[in-house]
Design a protein around this ligand. Sequence first.
Ligand SMILES: Nc1nc2c(c(=O)[nH]1)N[C@H]1C(S)=C(S)[C@@H](COP(=O)(O)OP(=O)(O)OC[C@H]3O[C@@H](n4cnc5c(=O)[nH]c(N)nc54)[C@H](O)[C@@H]3O)O[C@H]1N2
Ligand SMILES: Nc1nc2c(c(=O)[nH]1)N[C@H]1C(S)=C(S)[C@@H](COP(=O)(O)OP(=O)(O)OC[C@H]3O[C@@H](n4cnc5c(=O)[nH]c(N)nc54)[C@H](O)[C@@H]3O)O[C@H]1N2
Ligand SMILES: [Mo]
Length: 759
Amino acid sequence: MAGKAPKSDPVQDAPQVGGPKHAAAGLPAVGHSLRIAQQQMGVRRTALTLLRVNQKEGFDCPGCAWPEPDHRHAAEFCENGAKAVAEEATLRRVTPEFFAEHSVADLATRSGYWLGQQGRLTHPMYLAEGGEHYEPVTWARAFDLMGEEFARLDSPDEAVFYTSGRTSNEAAFLYQLFARELGTNNLPDCSNMCHESSGSALSETIGIGKGSVLLEDLYQADLIIVAGQNPGTNHPRMLSALEKAKASGAKVISVNPLPEAGLEKFKNPQTAKGMTAGAPLTDLFLQIRLGGDQALFRLLNKLILDTPDALDDDFIAEHTHGFEEFAATARAADWDETLTATGLTRAEIEEALRMVLASEKTIVCWAMGLTQHKHSVPTIREVVNFLLLRGNIGRPGAGVCPVRGHSNVQGDRTMGIFERPAPAFLDALEREFGFAPPREHGYDVVRAIRALRDGEAKIFFAMGGNFVSASPDTDVTEAAMRKARLTVHVSTKLNRSHVVTGARALILPTLGRTERDLQGSGEQFVTVEDSMGMVHASRGRLKPASPQLLSEPAIVCRLARRVLGEGSATPWEEFEKDYASIRDRIARVIPGFEDFNARVAHPDGFALPHAPRDERRFPTATGKANFTAAPVEFPKLPEGRLLLQTLRSHDQYNTTIYGLDDRYRGIKNGRRVVLVNPEDAQGLKLEDGDYVDLVGEWKDGVERRAPGFRVVVYPTARGCAAAYYPETNVLVPLDATADTSNTPASKSVVVRLEQSATA
Ligand SMILES: Nc1nc2c(c(=O)[nH]1)N[C@H]1C(S)=C(S)[C@@H](COP(=O)(O)OP(=O)(O)OC[C@H]3O[C@@H](n4cnc5c(=O)[nH]c(N)nc54)[C@H](O)[C@@H]3O)O[C@H]1N2
Ligand SMILES: Nc1nc2c(c(=O)[nH]1)N[C@H]1C(S)=C(S)[C@@H](COP(=O)(O)OP(=O)(O)OC[C@H]3O[C@@H](n4cnc5c(=O)[nH]c(N)nc54)[C@H](O)[C@@H]3O)O[C@H]1N2
Ligand SMILES: [Mo]
């Protein structure tokens, strides 16, 4: 049935529950991904496309930012990468006829799943003020419409330029250049909702906001701690790396309120042994309470300090700053407080300490479980303290490993997609392009929503993503978006952000990773940077979904020419024609990209410099790696309430829903479920199968309600519930953000559960 999308909205949310699985990947996963891919692409296209994923002459998997190993398998992708590819390479199409048939009001009643299942966008579409339907427009008219609206702005700061992390380096570089030539730093991105807390904590403590390990380091480590991450679903290829590390003797501690299948056991689909056996990956599972990680690492740090000969004294003396103050604070760490904050036992923490002390080379990996809390930045700083104590940064087999989400989110930041750019970056732009970039900081995601809400921002332009569904406080965000004069989305697929619009709206359909990009000088490739700072080329080979599509770089170049006109000395036409000319400029502006075009010709690409990793040099304010000493925080829960984390199911990619199952957690055919600990359920007089409303409680007193969730009694930590995003984004208050990074605290939402009227 490839090519045919479901006519009616298939979301009949009727969850069935079969209990969590204990192993991830393996044969069922391969079969499952092929089935989904063939439904979207047909058999032949599935085979042709999937064989090019992550190959040296192929395209970078749009799934996640996990790096590719040097020796690649013929199938160097995972089940969820295959789903991401199938979503893009689908044969289904959203045409002008589709928009004639469905009004915007009609589309606004559909689920995100249904919208995404309709297929690829084929034509630029325009929604006029007061219009009921999107109508096809020519590209020329689309750029004119944008030109008119940009000309009406009183200040360039009334425009907001959002980026999602799939955008290539080339497109991202041009996009920030355009925004800055226009005169604004309003460049919020998905990172603001994602790893911003990691960036904030790491830049201050080690001088660079990126991870310090390469794949080889994982293979050499003695101990790998995976905290706040579910790789079985979100970074399945990481499981192969953990398996390889374990084969060379590494131990793994996983720190998580949920027992995640992938971390328990892994059946590697790429090896004969893995197909059947299934190796246990975790040696110690610490089932921590939500938000308890800072307390855990603080106590471990105290225990390390109290152990004779446990410190790397030479490293501390030579390379660090602030040790004494930190040590004094850490020595005061309290067992009782830690046991309350973490829900762990003394024996578990002592076992963790033994493993930590037995390890000469330790790596800590983390993702959203550590970054999306109020106290995420001090939590990650505490992880850094932990590694610094035993000299675990800047030598093989050791270091920090924030595992990124979107496949080029790290590269986009390197290219200057940042609302608070470093002065040195702006100086370099100024030298290269001969204009004076704005120096004032711009809006991040949360501030952009406030600015739209308050009428201070008037144009919202998105390079990919699904801003209204990904952002917190859905009702507030949607109302804010509706106040804009113009909303523009450069997109591959239909999503909710296209139907919750400003007065006028444009959808600009673009090429995906898998597609051939032909420009004036011939076939183009683009480049991306993975989670470990490796840069390499990505080439699409499929025929584009429609002849109308423009590439992201082409859209930016034409927009810049229309809006900036004669005022810009930048060779936008040349950039569009030949992406190598963009890379030449990147090479001159961004350190680490010298000789970019020559070096990216190497099939494996190249590694960006990382001072702490490469030279044990820490480019911080003090010139050393900084210990920090913050008070321990953890969420305090009022009586009868639960702390809710909002997370991903196995069948979604952020706001893109592939299906209604969460196989590893044993949930089928429904997303409106809330996982509750058995004792909590008993205390709240709830039974598995009951229907409840989740009601958010936040200090502003506003009632935030997500109705009709089926209770699933599940082995999560006490007091800690879990439900899927984006359905639960209505519950995350706009102002509930992490200190310093301003990331929405979407892993610690206080809720009460009320019997549901809508069961
Ligand atoms: N298939 C697929 N792949 C993806 C994505 C996707 O949606 N689908 N999204 C991509 C993106 S953008 C990102 S950022 C990554 C996200 O990757 P993850 O961070 O793995 O994603 P989440 O589903 O948010 O899972 C958070 C994990 O942290 C745990 N956790 C939550 N709170 C805490 C806490 O306080 N402490 C500890 N120790 N653990 C906690 C949760 O139980 C869960 O296991 O994945 C990327 N890859
Ligand atoms: N409550 C809660 N909220 C969260 C999170 C959470 O854990 N809990 N996680 C946060 C995180 S980590 C992130 S990263 C954000 C994600 O936020 P976003 O990045 O904004 O969201 P996505 O769902 O990844 O965007 C999907 C859309 O991108 C478009 N797209 C896909 N490929 C391409 C392409 O190649 N080019 C272009 N131009 N468009 C493309 C498609 O139209 C698709 O509908 O959500 C955040 N929101
Ligand atoms: Mo993310």
